[in-house]
Design a protein around this ligand. Structure first.
Ligand code: NCD
Ligand code: ZN
Length: 352
């Protein structure tokens, strides 16, 4: 049986939610990752230092005595975010600020429409070393063009703030990959697991599949190919941000279905599958566990995780949430011993 041991991953974009959902999903991320960048689009959102501190405490208390996972905290960058707020967030230990353009995704109402009005906030982030994470979609543009329509805004912010670290989150188009490649080293992009697998046809090409409906929406085959090429390229500008975004099945199979794909339970096995298929398993660790840390200026995770080549079928459901690739066969899985720790978060995650 083939085994692959890599440094634990850094998932540089994950939605852990709150309350029961947090309890149900945290274990999968904590099992596979040493750290993860926790998105702030909770209800209510993470806007103040107190919100950030409370959310971190909630996550840490949910982790119990598990000390090998660190949540990296973020706050929402909104029209009211001042330089003073950014400075206070830095003192409270924030890693990044996440900017959601108005109305483009789950819980982004009241988001940003005037990107230039936030220049004082970007300047403070540049000074404090806080990363600017962009949900790169232009409000009001046609849905398939929203990401491409945002790229001029990315170019402008990047050239006006050359020392600000900027991440274009969940890139979905060949245009976005080319744009990030053309910009200097202060600009990188995260790639999700699901966008490396699916196109718009998986969402609406046959019967509607609400479980792979997400923002930005998956695009054309040539876009997916550009993302795969970027992930497999060994270029440090591209690293893992799963965008695992769990929603209850009842909120997905719904006349007003929520956007988001729950990838956490299959994150590393699915990536192993993809990298193995392209004979690039040797580059997996760079993508999952090295380039993100380097961009964020973090030391590399010291603990490791082992995956084994063994066939299994992804369950249809975990606690009323349907995971990505539900019902499909995968040929890699997390080593059963990886979850043997007695800690609360690990115990809550069945090893897959
Ligand atoms: C995310 C969510 O559900 O919070 N949804 C999604 O479709 N990706 C928000 C986001 O990252 O856009
Ligand atoms: Zn997200």
């Amino acid at each position: 049986m083939k085994e692959l041991t890599i440094r634990k991953a850094d998932d540089m974009h994950v939605h852990l939610r709150q309350n029961e959902m947090l309890r149900n999903v945290l274990g999968y991320t904590a099992l596979q990752c040493g750290r993860a960048l926790i998105m702030p689009n909770t209800t209510p959102p993470i806007l103040t230092v107190q919100d950030l501190v409370n959310y971190r405490e909630t996550i840490v208390s949910e982790l119990g005595d598990r000390t090998d996972f660190t949540p990296l905290m973020t706050f929402k960058v909104v029209p009211a975010t001042s330089a003073a707020i950014v400075q206070d967030m830095k003192k409270a230990g924030a890693t990044a600020g996440k900017l959601y353009p108005d109305g483009v995704t789950t819980n982004s109402e009241g988001g940003v429409t005037d990107f230039e009005a936030l220049y004082p906030a970007y300047e403070a982030m540049e000074k404090e070393g806080i990363v600017l994470c962009l949900h790169g979609e232009m409000p009001g543009a046609f849905s398939l063009d929203r990401e491409s329509a945002f790229l001029d805004t990315l170019r402008t912010i990047a050239s006006d703030f050359p020392k600000l670290k900027i991440v274009l989150e969940h890139a979905t188009t060949a245009d976005a990959i080319a744009c990030v490649l053309s910009l200097p080293h202060n600009v990188a992009a995260t790639l999700t697991v699901h966008h490396l697998f699916i196109t718009l046809d998986d969402v609406i090409g046959d019967k509607l599949n609400p479980h792979v409906f997400c923002k930005p929406i998956a695009k054309r085959p040539e876009d997916r190919d550009a993302l795969v090429k970027a992930a497999l390229s060994g270029n440090p500008k591209f690293f893992l941000g799963s965008d695992s975004a769990p929603h209850l099945i009842s909120n997905k199979e719904n006349a007003c279905g929520a956007a988001g794909v729950y990838t956490a339970p299959v994150m590393l096995p699915a990536l192993c599958e993809l990298f193995a298929k392209h004979d690039k398993l040797n580059l997996l660790e760079l993508f999952t566990s090295v380039y993100g840390a380097k961009f964020y200026g973090l030391p590399l995770n010291e603990s490791s995780i082992t995956l084994i080549e063994e066939s299994w079928t992804v369950p249809e459901e975990f606690q009323s949430v349907k995971p990505f690739l539900a019902g499909s066969k995968l040929s890699w899985r997390v080593h059963p011993d990886a979850g043997k720790s007695k800690t609360k978060a690990a115990a809550s995650a069945k090893v897959l």
